[in-house]
Design a protein around this ligand. Structure first.
Ligand code: IPE
Ligand code: IPE
Ligand code: MG
Length: 256
């Protein structure tokens, strides 16, 4: 069924030719990606799940570079969800070691390429070593002016919204806000993405057609592109394909 659905989507939406140039004017400014399928990639090869995570990490720098080159302004990557704590401890530990592994190799390049690293998620339960590596990257790239690389780490949208509601309630109680001030713009300004525009394009790999608690508020009017490709197999060409499909969509925002 899923395969059929994907085929239908593909035949309906595949751009005419892979050589069609990207329309520079219509490059999505914010691309959000649910990087999924590492475990299945590893399983298909008879490897432990963590081998899939290691391979998936290598894809990130290729996509960051391509996004930067195409003029994408914000790239949000779902790296660890508030629900991923349910996984075996060895896998969780491995996943939470990945940011420092990635940054120990990539940070000098990110600095050089003018990328700004950001972190979105709850810092509460994150191990010190993870937090330290990411904080260092955020600090050392904060004056950069290029692509914003926004890592969603220990992120869950319902958690994010609950925290925002608590802070709004406190501000109403303190008299800083009145209930009449509460509108969608105000709510957006209390979210972890307060400084970012909403995603234009959401990509999810691995054939799962769901959001898994990712940016529920921010994705209200985003274009979605799903692919069966597993994250470790995701390439610059797939990324460009997603952008071409995006460029052929008509965004109406409820209008005509
Ligand atoms: C995505 O791959 C990485 C994270 C969720 C951290 P998965 O680990 O979910 O891989 P599958 O979905 O089990 O194949
Ligand atoms: C979503 O993938 C989270 C990340 C990619 C970090 P999951 O693999 O955790 O999502 P479900 O469990 O399939 O919904
Ligand atoms: Mg998964």
């Amino acid at each position: 069924m899923l395969e059929k659905f994907s085929k239908w989507k593909a035949s309906k939406e595949s751009p005419a030719s892979p050589s069609t140039p990207i329309e520079q004017m219509k490059v999505p400014k914010h691309v959000a990606i649910i990087m999924d399928g590492n475990g299945r990639w590893a399983k298909n090869k008879g490897l432990p799940r963590v081998a899939g995570h290691r391979e998936g990490m290598k894809v990130i720098n290729k996509i960051v570079r391509k996004a930067n080159e195409l003029g994408v302004e914000v790239l949000s990557l779902y790296a660890f969800s508030t629900e991923n704590w349910k996984r075996p401890k060895t896998e969780v530990d491995f996943l939470l070691r990945l940011p420092e592994r990635f940054l120990s190799i990539e940070l000098p390049k990110l600095i050089e390429e003018n990328v700004q690293v950001r972190l979105m998620g709850s810092t509460e339960n994150l191990p010190d070593h993870t937090l330290k590596a990411v904080t260092k990257a955020v600090e050392s790239t904060k004056n950069n002016t290029g692509l914003i690389l926004n890592f969603a780490l220990n992120y869950g949208s319902r958690y994010e919204i609950s925290e925002a509601v608590k802070r709004i309630a406190r501000d109403v109680e303190a008299g800083v806000l009145s209930d009449a001030d509460i509108d969608d713009e105000l709510i957006s300004s209390y979210l972890m993405t307060s400084e970012l525009r909403d995603p234009d394009l959401l990509i999810r790999t691995s054939g799962e057609i769901r959001l898994s608690n990712f940016m529920l508020w921010q994705l209200a009017y985003s274009e979605f592109w799903f692919t069966d490709i597993l994250w470790p197999d995701f390439s610059e060409e797939h990324f460009i394909e997603a952008i071409r499909v995006y460029q052929n969509r008509g965004r109406r925002y409820g209008g005509v």
